[in-house]
Design a protein around this ligand. Structure first.
Ligand SMILES: C[S@@+](CC[C@H](N)C(=O)[O-])C[C@H]1O[C@@H](n2cnc3c(N)ncnc32)[C@H](O)[C@@H]1O
Length: 259
C-alpha cells in the first residue's frame, strides 16, 4: 500500500476548458510543488501519486470502460479475448495492462515515450507486460519496428493518451499499422474530438477513420472518463473496432501527417 500524498487542487479552475493545462500542488515536508497533469515524468517518480490523482480523486474509469467494450465487441465475433496479443500504446505505469490482465489475455506489449513510465511499472506492477519498449512511436527505427512486429499483436489499445499534446496522430497510425489485419483497436478520446467544429489533427483523423475502409466500428460509447479538478464530468467516447487494412501513406498525406 503506497502512502497517501498531500495534494491540493487550485481553486476557481474553469471546468475542463484548460484540461491540458491542469495542475495540482504536492505538499512535501518543507514546501509545496506545483506539478502539471502532463508532467508524467515527475508524477510517475512518486509511488502512488498517479493513482491517487487520476483514479482516487478524479475517479478515472477508462481502463475498465475500454476493456469492457473491447470484450463485448469480441463477443460479437468468433475471436477469443483470452487469446489477444495486445499492444498498449502510451502504457504509462500499467493501469490499462493491469485491467486487461484481470480479464486474461495471451500477450501484453507496452510502449511509452518516457523511461519514468517503465521505471514506475517495474516498481509498482512488475511482471504484467511480456515486453515494454521506451520508444517514440513517431520515430521507430526499422529494427525496433520489426522487433515489435515479431510479437504479432492482433490488438492495440490506447487509453487516456490521445490528444492534448500526448500521443500524436502519427504514433497512433504507426501502432495501427503494426497490428495484424482483422486485429482489434480500442481507445478513448474526448467527446469534443468527434465534433465537426474541432479541427485538431486527432479530431479529423478519428472522424475520417471511423467512416473509412480501414476500420469497422463495433462499439462507440459516451461516458464519464473522469472529473475535472473542479469536480465537473469530463466526457469521452470509448471506441472498439476491427482493423480491415493498413492505413496507407496516401491517407496519412490527406490528413497532413508527415510520413
Ligand atoms: C495519461 S497517460 C496514460 C497512461 C495509461 N494508458 C493510463 O491509462 O493510465 C499518457 C501516456 O502517454 C505517453 N505518451 C505520450 N506521447 C507518447 C508517444 N509519442 N509515444 C508513446 N507514449 C507516449 C505518456 O508518456 C504517458 O505515459
Amino acid at each position: 500500500m503506497n502512502k497517501r500524498h498531500r495534494v491540493q487542487f487550485p481553486k476557481n479552475e474553469l471546468s475542463g476548458s484548460n484540461q491540458d493545462e491542469s495542475y495540482f500542488y504536492l505538499h512535501g515536508t518543507s514546501k509545496k510543488r506545483k506539478i502539471k497533469f502532463h508532467e508524467y515524468d515527475e508524477i510517475y517518480q512518486i509511488p502512488g501519486l498517479y493513482e491517487q490523482i487520476f483514479y482516487d480523486r478524479l475517479k478515472c474509469i477508462s481502463p475498465n470502460k475500454v476493456t469492457s467494450i473491447l470484450e463485448s465487441s469480441i463477443k460479437q465475433s468468433q475471436d477469443n479475448f483470452t487469446e489477444l496479443r495486445v499492444l498498449d500504446l502510451g502504457a504509462g505505469n500499467g493501469m490499462m495492462g493491469e485491467e486487461l490482465k484481470k480479464h486474461g489475455i495471451s500477450r501484453l506489449i507496452g510502449v511509452d515515450i518516457i523511461p519514468e513510465a517503465y521505471e514506475a511499472l517495474i516498481r509498482d506492477r512488475p511482471g504484467i507486460y511480456d515486453a515494454y519498449y521506451i520508444e517514440d512511436f513517431c520515430k521507430l527505427s526499422k529494427g525496433k519496428k520489426e522487433e515489435i512486429e515479431s510479437w504479432q499483436c492482433d490488438c492495440m489499445v490506447t487509453v487516456a493518451a490521445l490528444g492534448f499534446g500526448d500521443i500524436p496522430t502519427k504514433a497512433f497510425v504507426n501502432a495501427f499499422n503494426i497490428i495484424t489485419n482483422e486485429g482489434w483497436v480500442a481507445f478513448n478520446i474526448k467527446d469534443t474530438f468527434l465534433d465537426k467544429s474541432d479541427e485538431t489533427g486527432f479530431s479529423t483523423l478519428i472522424r475520417e477513420l471511423i467512416f473509412s475502409k480501414y476500420l469497422d466500428i463495433y462499439h462507440i460509447e459516451r461516458y464519464r472518463h473522469r472529473l475535472s479538478v473542479d469536480g465537473q464530468p469530463l466526457h469521452y467516447f470509448a471506441v472498439a473496432a476491427r482493423k480491415k487494412a493498413d492505413i496507407p501513406p496516401k491517407f496519412m498525406e490527406s490528413q497532413g501527417i508527415a510520413i
